[in-house]
Design a binder for this molecule. Structure first.
Ligand code: G6P
Length: 491
């Protein structure tokens, strides 16, 4: 890898809507930055260090202008968003148009031309900023649905770059995707990349189908022929000059070792015991952990559990469902409505079925630090991941990674990307409430030996395919597209 010659230019740049740091302001108004320990940062930190990398993104608050700075060895380059950008690009187009459209239209996507203009404007701002800071022949890795126009915008400004894109959420079937008034422009944006990564094989196949149907381009296996106006470019079988773009699946994962390490800490295990005690030591603790999002199937899970108690199949003193729902996108109407609905349902179930000293559902509308999450994983006999649609679902993998005791049962929706890999989970269709109830009962009654056999197999899978492997395989694929050979060290 070539040494960085200009201190303000970087050989490797990651772009995501949110930066991997949170802005914190103390009581005296002094501002600082807290490293947010997400899986993506953990995976990319070593690559960043080995390649003199920079991370470009939004600080998470409107109208905050911050100069680039270093945080724990990562160069951070903030992109400012105004209050209007946040409303129209982030809450609007990203999370009220694309998010529901890409998640099976569980909620209705809203199509507004103003939002689309804001999406273009913010993607353009990212492109301008990145084009100024990447070295000649550098590598840029764009993350997720908020930045789908960025690959082509960047390529237009800097044709020397090698560009990757990874979609963390599902890609919809063409029959749904075709609703989008700007369907062709989004495909053009993505096709500016050299490698486009998806979570599941089905997502990549749906994307390739959209490219054929909407753009009329030829695909062969995972390779797309994108016509280019460059006489030096290779010719396709149709005799036109093309760029080859690769679209395939690279299932993301977690830093499994770090979850296992935390789970081994005596204070975390003590906390897990304390959690069970404070719930009144029920025989079975069930757990759900999600952002409060309509894609997660929280209502279905609560309904199934409530009915089991109501039917008398579970005694209220014997089992507690702990539901952690972390606040998310609260200014988007569908999210605010979901919160009201869930809280009404939880209140009704607890009111109707609770007894003094015991509530069926312990509902927590908070986010927690990783240590507390691991303590909850260790305290839970059954983990419920009942997403109606989910790109991957890393909570499922975190639960498995934490269970070094080879105990615990994972109930996993077939509509989460994780189900492609975690086949020894109890797989459910969360829409089928009857079957979900039976699966919960089966998990409660599952013999220790079966729990252990399943958990061992799940753990092997998660340990073997951790997030470092994910980033390595994506960057190796990207490297094969670099015009003058290897330029990044995937560590
Ligand atoms: C999903 C998306 C991410 C996003 C995260 C949190 O996992 O794939 O891109 O950052 O949700 O959502 P937020 O809107 O708070 O960034």
């Amino acid at each position: 890898m070539a040494a960085d010659t200009d201190p303000d230019r970087y050989a490797f740049v990651v772009a995501s809507n949110r930066l991997p740091v949170d802005r914190v302001v103390d009581e005296d108004g002094n501002e600082g930055w807290r490293h947010s320990p997400g899986g993506l940062v953990t995976a990319l930190e070593p690559v960043m260090r080995a390649n003199d990398g920079a991370w470009v993104g939004w600080v998470g608050q409107p109208d905050v202008e911050v100069a680039p700075f270093d945080n724990e060895g990562i160069h951070i380059v903030p992109v400012p968003l105004s209050a209007d950008d946040v409303e129209e690009y982030y809450e609007g187009f990203s999370n009220d148009t694309l998010w529901p459209l890409y998640h099976d239209v569980i909620e209705h996507p809203s199509y507004h031309r103003d939002w689309w203009n804001a999406y273009k404007r913010v993607n353009e701002r990212f492109a301008t900023q990145i084009a100024e800071i990447v070295e000649q022949d550098g590598v840029v890795w764009v993350q997720d649905y908020q930045l789908q126009l960025l690959p082509a915008l960047l390529r237009a400004k800097r044709p020397d770059l090698t560009i990757g894109f990874f979609n963390h959420i599902p890609f919809p079937p063409v029959g749904i995707y075709a609703q989008l008034p700007w369907r062709a422009q989004i495909l053009d944006g993505l096709l500016g990349a050299d490698v486009i990564g998806f979570q599941r094989q089905d997502d990549a196949a749906d994307f390739l189908r959209a490219v054929r149907h909407i753009k009329g381009y030829t695909t062969k296996g995972s390779t797309i022929d994108v016509p280019v106006d460059d006489p030096a470019a290779p010719r396709s079988r149709k005799g036109i000059t093309v760029r080859h773009v690769e679209a395939r699946h690279f299932p993301i994962s977690i830093d499994a070792e770090s979850f296992e390490e935390i789970a081994h800490r005596p204070e975390v295990q003590a906390r897990a015991r304390e959690i069970r005690e404070s719930l009144g030591n029920p025989t079975t603790v069930l757990l759900g952990v999600d952002r409060l999002d309509y894609t997660k199937g929280i209502r279905h899970r609560i309904k199934a559990f409530g009915e089991l108690v109501e039917d008398g199949r579970i005694a209220v003193e014997d089992a507690t469902l702990v539901q952690v729902a972390s606040p998310s996108r609260e200014r988007v109407d569908t999210y605010a409505a979901l919160r009201d609905e869930i809280e009404l349902t939880v209140g009704r179930i607890n009111g109707d079925l609770g007894v003094i000293g015991h509530q069926p559902i312990a509902y927590l509308h908070h986010g927690y630090p990783r240590e507390e999450m691991v303590a909850l994983y260790l305290a839970a006999d059954i983990m419920l991941v009942t997403a109606l649609r989910d790109g991957m679902n890393l909570v499922a993998k975190e639960y498995v990674a934490a269970r070094f005791d080879n105990d615990g049962v994972l109930i996993l929706s077939e509509f989460a990307g994780a189900a492609d890999e975690l086949k020894q989970a109890v797989i459910v269709n969360p829409h089928d409430i009857g079957a979900l109830k039976d699966s919960i009962q089966r998990a409660i009654e599952m013999p220790r030996r079966e729990r252990s056999t399943r958990m061992r197999a799940l753990r092997k899978r998660v340990r073997d395919n951790d997030v470092a492997r994910w980033s390595r395989s994506f960057l190796e694929a990207l490297d094969r597209h670099a015009p003058r050979g290897s330029r990044i060290d995937p560590s």
